[in-house]
Ligand binder design. Structure first.
Ligand SMILES: [Zn+2]
Length: 535
């Protein structure tokens, strides 16, 4: 009763105005039994309890995470693993009695990662840590062996053009030498304040000098690799340190013919210093990969049909694809497995929802929300009838906040739905009216279409430095207790949104004036997906 009192204060204010004589207590009991609001509250509480029991006693998330991250692996758009993951999800839903399908929306360059192996051969032998970038051209199994050079300091683009032919037959390092391999949190813990400040000042100066020199070459980080390969470089080595011990970000290659690899900070900076000292290091790069032509791109869609309003939808949203330096565990394996487990639990406990509960596992979010943008454009009949969309895409942590996305009445329904969540679940802070998201993850595709669409923001667990798009984004970083918290929360939100007699208001806030331009901001517009990409 205590929990009920906390969650339904309006009802109990009404009850509280009655004087408690014995006879009146009986009347009160009859009122309570007859009151639909009371029943509604009791029904919600029972459902929340059932969900808790299922999630904590019969969790499938460990198994799902193992199959997805360890067995299938990373899910880069255009790779056979991405297709395998889509088929796996359809098979899982089918085994739970939930209709599911892969909906093709476009095409992408088809590519498959192979073995990367990098060794220093001279002046001494050492195996180096690194991996080829996504969609990188490959080498034969014999690899390429060459001397390593770095980008010189130049006076202007003419000087750089004069230098360019000297890259012929060489492996070129294109990233800046990091002054330290220790993350800032480590410096903060151990250094004197003076030496930490000195390091930061020097690092900033070095960064600015590096960028100024790059500008003088006449190229950018994006255009430089192609200029190097055109002038005969045999491979490109970069190092995108993620400011954490052992953490490297691994994105896509910009070369068309020769391989591009990312090398760990430790080995990269060693080679760089050797070049600067005239040691003329020679390395061998084996980077096997296959260009497989063209691959179709998909969204996986599954749904539990509504019994009262089958053409009204509660949308659960999480992108399915990942970068492939790790296995895409926290970006977005955890969001994926979360939504799958929510669907499994709801199908078991709430098989006849009022509204249709639909889940979208989007393809190619990482290249510009392509899957969800395609869904918005291709399915107006669904999109205009979405009651609410919940998206999750920032890691394994407990969901801790929801921003009202600029829907002016979101405070009303979201607050009501959140009241059904038991106290043992992480409290969710809400920000109303918030502001409409313009990108970053798939909720933005739906906001642009006017759908009340909310990101379920989770606690960081060092996401930005350690797991987001890094080699360390792997199963071992998943915090299953936090994920179970999120399954309970999301399942209850979906249930409440489905049961609500009212349709969630889509009324938008008047956006503020942008202080920079002096003009009123406008609502984000629907954007077209990239339906043929990667070439
Ligand atoms: Zn993501």
């Amino acid at each position: 009763m205590g929990a009920l009192l906390k969650k339904y204060p309006i009802f109990f204010i009404f009850v509280g105005s009655i004087k408690f004589t014995n006879m009146k207590k009986q009347i009160l009991t009859s009122i309570m039994l007859a009151c639909p609001l009371f029943f509604f509250a009791q029904k919600n509480e029972q459902m929340a309890q059932k969900i808790m029991d299922e999630v904590y006693k019969n969790s499938q998330i460990e198994q799902l995470a193992h199959e997805l991250m360890d067995d299938i692996g990373p899910r880069l758009v255009g790779t056979p693993q991405m297709k395998k993951a889509h088929d796996w999800a359809v098979a899982k839903y089918t085994s739970w009695g939930i209709p599911a399908e892969n909906q093709k929306y476009g095409e992408w360059k088809a590519w498959e990662r192979g073995i990367t192996h990098i060794d220093m051969l001279s002046p001494r032998v050492q195996t180096l840590m690194g991996t080829q970038l996504a969609w990188s051209p490959g080498t034969s199994s014999k690899g390429v062996t060459a001397e390593v050079i770095v980008i010189p300091t130049v006076s202007d683009s003419i000087a750089f053009q004069k230098w360019l032919p000297s890259v012929k037959g060489k492996i070129v390092m294109i990233g800046m030498l990091q002054p330290t391999g220790r993350p800032d949190h480590d410096w903060k813990e151990w250094a004197t304040t003076a030496s930490f400040d000195k390091m930061k000042t020097e690092r900033e100066a070095q960064k600015q000098a590096w960028e100024a020199n790059l500008k003088k070459t006449g190229y950018t980080k994006r255009t430089l690799p192609e200029a190097l390969e055109k002038n005969g470089a045999v491979a490109i080595v970069d190092s995108y340190w993620s400011n954490g011990f052992g953490a490297q970000k691994v994105f896509g290659a910009k070369t068309k013919k020769v391989p591009t690899v990312d090398m760990h900070l430790e080995d990269y900076s060693m080679l760089y210093r050797m070049v600067e000292h005239g040691d003329k290091p020679i390395i061998k790069i084996v980077a096997e990969s296959k260009d497989l032509g063209i691959a179709p791109t998909f969204n996986t869609i599954a749904q539990i049909k509504g019994s009262e309003f089958p053409n009204d939808y509660v949308l659960l949203s999480a992108h399915f694809d990942s970068w492939d330096g790790g296995t895409g565990a926290t970006d977005n394996g955890t969001g994926t497995v979360l939504m799958m487990e929510v669907m499994r639990v709801l199908k078991k406990l709430y098989p006849n929802p009022k509204r249709t509960i639909i889940v979208g596992h989007w393809g190619s979010e990482e290249q510009g929300l392509n899957g969800s943008r395609a869904f918005v454009v291709d399915h107006p009949e669904i999109v205009q009838n979405i009651q609410v969309a919940f998206n999750q895409d920032n890691g394994t942590g407990r969901i801790q906040s929801i921003n009202g996305s600029g829907f002016i009445n979101a405070y009303d329904y979201l607050s009501r739905w959140l009241k059904a969540v038991p106290d043992t679940i992480q409290k969710v802070d809400t920000y109303f009216p918030g502001e409409p998201g313009r990108g970053g993850t798939d909720y933005a595709s739906f906001i642009a279409a006017g759908v009340p669409s909310f990101n379920l923001n989770s606690l960081s667990w060092s996401y930005g430095n350690y797991t987001w798009h890094t080699n360390l984004d792997t199963y071992d970083k998943i915090v299953f207790d936090d994920m179970k918290n999120n399954v309970v929360l999301t399942a209850i939100l979906a249930y409440m949104a489905s049961e609500d007699n009212e349709k969630a208001s889509r009324e938008r806030m008047l956006l503020p004036v942008d202080p920079k331009t002096g003009e009123r901001q406008t609502w984000p517009e629907i954007k077209q997906p990239e339906r043929k990409g990667g070439f």
